[in-house]
Design a protein around this ligand. Structure first.
Ligand SMILES: O=C(O)C[C@@](O)(CF)CCOP(=O)(O)OP(=O)(O)O
Length: 324
């Protein structure tokens, strides 16, 4: 069979309503719906070809050979769907500033889902691509689409996938990523979210809150109510991080510089420059703002952070094939 190579590009996404806990680890089914914004600035290009002469899958990330245990489990899903038994050559390049420490599992698995399924001769719908990407990493299910995306939790593999809320965003929104140097290796989102489910007394309240936050933020997006949307996103993120601080053992992803960035956002807001922060499983602070305020905010941030720690991004597109 001739070796056919497909390359896909997928962008990372930042959750405004967080996914922070699984009700099924194997299928990666979440405890609540989440909502994210796909960004233009950070993306992964993944190239896949199946080759009958290979004795196992091979996986290079940024030109470095990687362990293939996890990716082979993912590729086995593709092989099963395509009734294929040959192995694959996978090359991924992360176009995320190396120091960014931005979780690239979302863009990586969304790009892999498209490139691998095409190379296997499959023509998956975007809901099916979202289901497949979800099996690699939950947040990857959202990077199938651009703009605002909602991951519907569902109750089984078939019903848990993302849908587009608004892909081609005609709203002057942007996100400034403040890259905080990682002082030490933090616990992974997979471990962190399991710990809070098992030990945080606030977890049941989080589920109820996240559901309310989701419907409120969708209304704010529809009404183009930026302040409401930003407030909900910021408070949802703080409730997620409150779970971490109330776990046992408790933990936090915040570094001192994270707090400084958050306090600067609050100061700017008190001066009438409306911007809001969110954080994920790491110390980086993501600031939601309107395009017209972005240069003023960047100027203020540069009084405390180096230029290369500040990355400006806008709404980005969903996963697609590209020519190498
Ligand atoms: O993105 C969000 O909703 C919030 C988070 O980024 C953390 F704040 C979670 C991302 O979790 P992910 O890396 O997808 O976990 P996996 O399913 O265990 O691979």
């Amino acid at each position: 069979m001739p070796v056919k190579t497909f390359t896909a590009r997928a962008h990372t996404n930042i959750a405004l309503i967080k996914y922070w806990g699984k009700k099924n680890q194997d299928l990666i089914l979440p405890m609540n719906n989440s909502l994210s914004l796909t960004l233009d600035h950070f993306y992964t290009d993944t190239e896949v070809s199946f080759d009958q002469t290979l004795k196992q899958d091979s996986f290079y990330l940024n030109h470095e050979k990687q362990d293939t245990a996890k990716i082979t489990r993912f590729m086995d899903l593709v092989r099963a769907k395509a009734h294929l038994n040959s192995f694959a050559r996978i090359n991924s390049i992360n176009h995320v500033p190396t120091m960014a420490g931005l979780a690239s599992s979302a863009s990586a698995y969304a790009a892999l889902a498209l490139a691998a399924s095409k190379a296997a001769g499959l023509e998956l719908s975007r809901p099916d691509l979202s289901r497949l990407a979800r099996r690699g990493s939950g947040s990857a299910s959202r990077s199938i689409y651009g703009g605002f995306v909602e991951w519907q939790q569902g109750h089984d593999d078939q019903s848990s996938y993302a849908i587009p809320i608004e892909e081609d965003l005609n709203w002057d929104l942007c996100m400034i990523v403040v890259v905080i140097d990682k002082a030490k290796k933090k616990i992974s989102s997979r471990v962190g979210m399991q710990l809070v489910i098992e030990t945080s007394p606030f977890y049941p309240a989080w589920i109820k809150q996240a559901e309310q936050d989701l419907s409120a933020i969708k209304k704010a997006i529809k009404e183009r109510d930026f302040k409401k949307m930003g407030t909900i996103a910021e408070e949802n993120a703080m409730k997620m991080h409150a779970l971490n601080m109330s776990a046992s053992p408790h933990f936090s992803y915040f570094e001192p510089a994270s707090i400084e960035a958050m306090q600067l956002v609050e100061l700017l807001r008190s001066e009438g420059i409306y911007c809001y922060y969110t954080l994920d499983a790491g110390p980086n602070v993501k600031i939601l703002c309107s395009d017209k305020d972005s240069s003023r905010i960047l100027t203020r941030l540069r009084t405390r952070f180096a230029k290369n720690q500040l990355l400006l991004a806008h709404s980005g597109p969903g996963v697609r094939l590209i020519d190498k």
